[in-house]
Design a protein around this ligand. Structure first.
Ligand code: FAD
Length: 433
């Protein structure tokens, strides 16, 4: 006889873990399937973990969660060829007993989360790939088929948390193939380094941490960003650009990362560090307009598989956890009310999402992906002209300041024309309002 669960969750990343834990904690009979050898084996994250969403799911997570450093300083840098201009925000107020953001090593967090799931009564099976969703004659999802012998399992509801490829939703016809301009490819390295060097180079003590978000010439005019994060005994460095740009460009991702590591501003920060791990992964960056149908008869989709990623703020894992939690809460409410997980009833998941920061933030930036994709000047011309303007302004050479102002204005107009500058300013406003 085919086994039957209240819910099956596919994937053990942040979205799947949030969903499975929430369901198990409420006493539902839940099965989580993960294709990796262990949770986290297949996962890549830069990574910053945002406390607020995890805290809603596991309020006392700080007691034993294997975080790296809590972030006390955020830097945002625009890199030129051999320089940068940027802003830093650092505050001692981030040194609290309830820090807001942490750097993490994803594999450690995923393993920890899985232990919590098992302790809450969830059943988790690894090394099992879901190959297909099973539907009844009316099209309702009633279970999954796996790559294990006799691997057919039934459930009242299936939650797809299988990450950016979303193969199951695509295979079943619930989603279209993502356009290459809606997906970024990111490469990253974890670099081993003496913790004392981290403290010295970044001005830190104990487990304080710094994150640096980077834009500019390092992406060679492609739409993309880079990052450098401080862990306990390592640094995470990475860079990512839209797949459509990599296709059209002539710089492969690994070469871009090597160039970033050699950049005169970055090199001194990572000098002496040894590469421990290299990974490449995709990130869904199409934003609000790329979010597919989130639910149907007997199914829901959460996290990266639903394109829930706020690229402007580099937030992904928190949107993933929030969506996993809200999907699970919807199932729990239906179960408690004795209602079936029909499409009409699962629409409550979308209502919860629309009322939350997840969809509100994605909606706010709905024009951003398209505007960035069609306006490469923000990644080429502007880093050039802005860093050159800063160099001119901060060079004391007996040229009077009025003349410098005129030179700087002229350099902007030469690069973009007055019409172009005004147009770009309007586009930026439209992209973020
Ligand atoms: P995933 O984490 O991708 O998990 C999906 C899981 O499903 C995987 O474990 C996979 O093995 C499993 N799976 C897939 N298919 C199947 C199948 N058929 N059967 C069984 N199991 C399956 N977010 C942040 O919040 N902060 C950051 O700093 C940050 N940095 C990032 C840096 C990089 C380089 C990348 C690539 C992403 C970054 N993100 C960051 C985004 C974040 O990692 C994702 O948003 C988040 O991991 C999404 O979680 P998820 O559970 O939806 O998917």
């Amino acid at each position: 006889m085919v086994e039957k669960f209240d819910a099956i969750v596919i994937g053990a990343g942040p979205s799947g873990n949030a969903a499975t834990y929430t369901l198990a904690k409420a006493g539902l009979n839940v099965l989580q399937l993960e294709r990796g050898e262990y949770p986290g084996a297949k996962n890549v994250q830069g990574g910053i973990m945002y406390a607020a969403e995890l805290e809603k799911i596991i309020p006392d997570f700080r007691d034993d969660c294997p975080t790296e450093r809590h972030i006390i300083e955020q830097r945002v840098w625009l890199l030129g060829d051999d320089n940068y201009i940027g802003t830093n925000y650092r505050s001692d107020a981030f040194n609290t007993d309830r820090p807001n953001r942490y750097t993490i090593i994803r594999a450690n967090i995923d393993k920890w989360f899985s232990e919590k799931i098992r302790a809450a009564g969830g059943l988790q099976i690894c090394e099992t790939t879901v190959t297909e969703l099973i539907r009844d004659g009316a099209g309702k999802v009633i279970g999954v088929r796996t790559d294990r012998e006799g691997g057919e399992i039934h459930a009242d509801v299936v939650i797809m948390a299988d990450g950016v490829n979303a193969l199951l939703a695509k295979r079943t016809g619930f989603q279209q193939e993502a356009a290459p301009e809606n997906v970024a490819l990111a490469v990253k390295e974890i670099l081993f380094i003496d913790p004392e060097l981290i403290q010295q180079r970044f001005g830190l003590k104990d487990d304080e941490g710094v994150v640096i978000e980077i834009m500019g010439k390092v992406t060679k005019g492609m739409v993309g960003t880079a990052f450098l994060y401080t862990n306990k005994e390592s640094l995470t460095i990475g860079i990512g650009c839209l797949i459509s740009d990599f296709k059209a460009g002539n710089c492969p991702p690994y070469k871009m990362l090597e160039d970033l590591k050699r950049h005169p501003v970055i090199k001194p920060l990572i000098e002496g560090a040894e590469m421990k791990e290299y990974a490449a992964h995709m990130i869904p960056e199409g934003g609000y307009k790329a979010v597919p149908q989130l639910y149907g008869d007997g199914w829901m989709v959460v996290g990266d598989a639903a394109h829930l990623n706020n690229a402007a703020h580099r937030e992904g894992s928190n949107l993933a956890m929030a969506s996993g939690r809200m999907a699970a809460e919807t199932v729990i409410e239906l179960k408690q009310s004795g209602l079936a997980p029909t499409a009409a009833n699962l629409a409550e998941y979308k209502r919860k999402m629309d009322a939350s920061f997840v969809m509100k933030d994605l909606k706010k930036y709905r024009e951003l992906p398209g505007i960035m994709h069609n306006n490469k000047q923000f990644f080429g011309a502007y880093p050039d002209v802005i860093t050159a303007a800063a160099h001119n302004w901060f060079t004391v050479d007996s040229v009077d300041k009025k003349t410098k102002e005129k030179e700087i204005m002229a350099s902007f107009v030469k690069k973009r024309s007055v019409f172009g500058l005004v147009g770009d300013a309007l586009k930026l406003v439209r992209a973020v309002r």
